[in-house]
Write a protein that binds this ligand. Structure first.
Ligand SMILES: Nc1ncnc2c1ncn2[C@@H]1O[C@H](COP(=O)(O)OP(=O)(O)OP(=O)(O)O)[C@@H](O)[C@H]1O
Length: 740
């Protein structure tokens, strides 16, 4: 394992050199340290940095060491422990273990997201997430152990608890008017769920597709991000199950999604809609234990939401699961265009081919054979429906600047996908409710032209000036690894999310992001599709997206469900070509308006950002060096050889390294002090001082200063608390009037 990327750290090393003259029979000999009975300490909160990381601590007590041999022949350490009948068995940490379904559940309770509760716990959660420290004292440790035990009990009870928490029909506020759904005759339990979630009217894609989908037609639905596509295919599936005279017992619906997070989210939405029914919805995704998922499969869910890869892996080795395919009444492809991307398409095609084979066989199923006599059985899914949903079907916006290839062209393109799908309908209905704009109607878009090296500064400016839940999209994982610590040094409440992170950490960070309305999530495009995080106010494209399609999906994380939101492009000179391409494909060549920047405070912000960047560079160099050294030390320790610094590092090198370390420590200390002093100060526009407001600088900010007097939490006391969305509206208006 590479230094610095260890997933766990063993601490509380056994006390070295404890010569014991006691009876050897009182002791048990311990083997290699990896077989010891380590105990995990600390709760799951104790997770280090976002991108790599330190996930848990383990300790072991009562270990003693005897040495065999002497200095002349070489010593061998023998680890032993006093025998004890009542010693509690250690509970080893297993940070690499796949997550159980119950673990995932709590992180995706999107629709029941309680803003008040989140606000109340926000301070607590934010404090825990941004300043997590290892337990220091014994008391801390035992508290944490207790906490952990409680967590385990809670986890064991989770399934039961979920059922107990499940709302009952009596909890539904019957006065909620859902008559706008009257154009389709929905089953009562679905109507109750709509009332419960106060979905008083259908969204346009739901209104346009539901009637036809409920009639059994095949459908390709295209609608902007966040427009309610999940229920557009979810309601017809649930309704069909409820309407059957004889309750179907096989797998009725298979929903395929390109990412794990999306699968779990879709499963949650469907479960919510089916909450007053006995319809079972489950998710099958990578990153969770196969055994657990096989158990789930055995419970015969009515609807499975899955990523194609994991689903194929599970069913392809099991004839029974393969045979479930023949019952499928609904096949749904959500975010269909994303399935065309590398890695998804082949598995999807295998699945579609198998589905097609299964449908051809209509009789004599292996599991229906009774004794030796094959029985003819009715084919349950004599009619089946295919529903395809996407936010971006338009070929033009799928440009890829680098390859200059249209992803739709040739093998693996949308045409190929559509060809592979066996629509039963000779004319599947295509309903496209996207507007010319291709993005949500209440999305306010703008851009900032800046140098590549100034992007951190502008992000800092934006998130300080407009605190609010923000996703910062970047094009590389390295950028996330750099930006998270830099912004953390600037006291920004920042989290990372990318595909190389452990699934557990990914979910944890998403959960923290949802619970903190000022958090900034620095994410790769793993978060661009489908994720329905409530109340994201801003999306910033730190680097321009590589295609119009990605822009649409990234921006679609805000301005969801008819809310407002801002999408801001940070455009550096080397990205101008991509920028023009975006304008052409998404805006008929029209430029994005320039986001208004208050230049008078940029200087102060630049100082902070530069200090944080320099400090991070030093921290990074030192971390790397010390990880390497401690890794060598550990190796030496495990091989029971003495770690000779002079020999391993070289005498001169070692001296130089020590001097460098010393100098860096001094410099880091100085920078840290300087930064912390600056961060304590409020930022005033140039020309104003905290003591004297000069005539030239005194505009209406005097009022704002008076308003915010005494509020030390306000970093920008001279600025009105405007929303970014309103500031973009103003410049758009100005732009329009200047054109007239
Ligand atoms: N009829 C409705 N009324 C109010 N809110 C709704 C309605 N239908 C869905 N929603 C809510 O709107 C949000 C977005 O829905 P959904 O995730 O289905 O969008 P989507 O079109 O699939 O988006 P994306 O393309 O980004 O995946 C969800 O929080 C959902 O609960």
């Amino acid at each position: 394992m590479a230094p610095g990327k260890r997933s766990k750290s063993k601490t509380n090393q056994p006390k070295k050199k404890t010569k014991t003259a006691s009876n050897p029979d009182d002791y048990e000999t311990l083997g290699g340290i990896d077989s010891w009975d380590w105990n995990e300490i600390g709760s799951q909160q104790f997770m280090g940095d976002e991108s790599t990381g330190f996930l848990c601590l383990e300790e072991i007590s009562d270990v003693e060491i005897d040495y065999e041999g002497d200095d002349a022949t070489g010593k061998v350490a023998i680890f032993k422990r006093k025998k004890k009948d009542n010693r509690e068995k250690g509970k080893r940490a297993n940070p690499m273990a796949p997550l159980a379904m119950e673990d995932m559940k709590d992180f995706y309770d999107l629709d029941t997201f309680d803003e008040e509760k989140a606000a109340a716990t926000e301070t607590h959660q934010a404090a825990a997430s941004f300043t997590d420290k290892p337990a220091k004292s014994k008391k801390d440790r035992s508290d944490r152990q207790k906490e952990q035990q409680n967590d385990d009990i809670a986890m064991d009870n989770a399934k039961q608890g979920t059922d107990a928490k499940r709302p009952k029909v009596e909890d539904v506020d019957q006065s909620v008017d859902v008559s706008a759904w009257g154009f389709v005759k929905l089953a009562e339990p679905i109507t109750h769920a709509l009332q419960y979630y106060k979905f008083t009217e259908p969204t346009p894609i739901q209104a346009k597709t539901l009637t036809k989908a409920l009639e059994g037609r095949d459908m390709v639905g295209v609608a902007e991000t966040g427009s309610g596509k999940t229920l557009a295919f979810g309601i017809p599936m649930i309704q069909w199950i409820l309407q059957q005279e004889e309750r179907p017992t096989g797998l009725t619906g298979l929903v395929l999604t390109p990412t794990r997070e999306l699968a779990i989210q879709v499963k949650d939405h469907l479960q919510n809609m089916a909450m007053f029914t006995d319809v079972k919805v489950t998710a099958i995704v990578g990153g969770m234990s196969i055994q657990k998922q096989q158990r789930v499969m055995k419970q015969r869910p009515d609807i499975i939401v899955a990523t194609p890869g994991r689903y194929w892996e599970i069913i392809s080795s099991n004839q029974e699961y393969m045979d479930q395919l023949k019952h499928i009444r609904f096949l749904v492809l959500d975010e269909a265009d994303r399935m065309l991307e590398k890695g998804h398409f082949e598995e999807l095609k295998k699945l579609l081919t198998e589905l097609s084979n299964k449908r051809e066989v209509t009789t004599e199923w292996p599991e229906d054979v009774q004794g030796d006599t094959p029985q003819k059985v009715k084919q349950v899914a004599s009619k089946y429906q295919t529903l395809i949903y996407t936010a971006t079907l338009d070929k033009e916006i799928r440009f890829n600047v680098k390859s200059k290839k249209k992803t739709t062209a040739g093998k693996g393109g949308m045409a190929d996908l559509i060809d592979s799908i066996e629509f039963q309908d000779p004319n599947p209905i295509k309903i496209d409710v996207t507007t010319e704009k291709k993005v949500a109607s209440k999305l306010m878009e703008a851009k900032i032209d800046c140098l590549k090296t100034e992007k951190d500064l502008y992000v800092y400016y934006f998130v300080t000036r407009y605190p609010g839940r923000t996703i910062l999209f970047v094009n590389s994982i390295d950028a996330i690894r750099r930006l998270v610590p830099v912004f953390r040094l600037l006291n920004v409440e920042v989290l990372g999310l990318h595909a190389q992170m452990q699934q557990r950490q990914r979910l944890k960070n998403l959960d923290r992001f949802k619970a903190n309305d000022k958090a900034v999530l620095v994410a790769s495009d793993v978060a661009a599709r489908g994720l329905d995080i409530p109340l994201v106010e801003h999306v910033i494209h730190y680097q321009l997206p590589r295609s119009g399609e990605i822009y649409v999906h990234r921006s679609g994380r805000t301005a969801r469900a008819n809310r407002e939101g801002v999408s801001l492009l940070l455009c550096s000179p080397d990205e101008v070509k991509v920028y023009h391409k975006l304008c052409q494909t998404l805006r008929h060549g029209e430029k994005y308006p320039d986001f208004p920047i208050d230049l008078s405070i940029l200087g102060d912000m630049r100082k902070r950002v530069n200090l944080a960047t320099d400090l991070d560079k030093i921290d990074h160099t030192e971390d790397k060096a010390s990880h390497e050294e401690s890794w060598l030390r550990k190796m030496a320790d495990e091989m029971d050889i003495e770690f000779d610094e002079d020999l391993v590092l070289g005498k001169n090198n070692k001296e130089r390294a020590d001097q460098r370390k010393q100098a860096n420590r001094g410099k880091a200390y100085q920078l840290r002090q300087e930064l912390s002093q600056l961060l304590k100060k409020q930022i005033l526009p140039m020309g104003a001082s905290a003591r004297f407001i000069t005539g030239s600088a005194a505009s209406n900010f005097v009022d704002h200063m008076l308003e915010s007097e005494g509020d030390a939490s306000t970093i920008l006391p001279a600025h009105a608390k405007t929303r970014a969305v309103d500031d973009v509206k103003i410049i758009r208006k100005k732009k329009k009037t200047s054109k007239q």
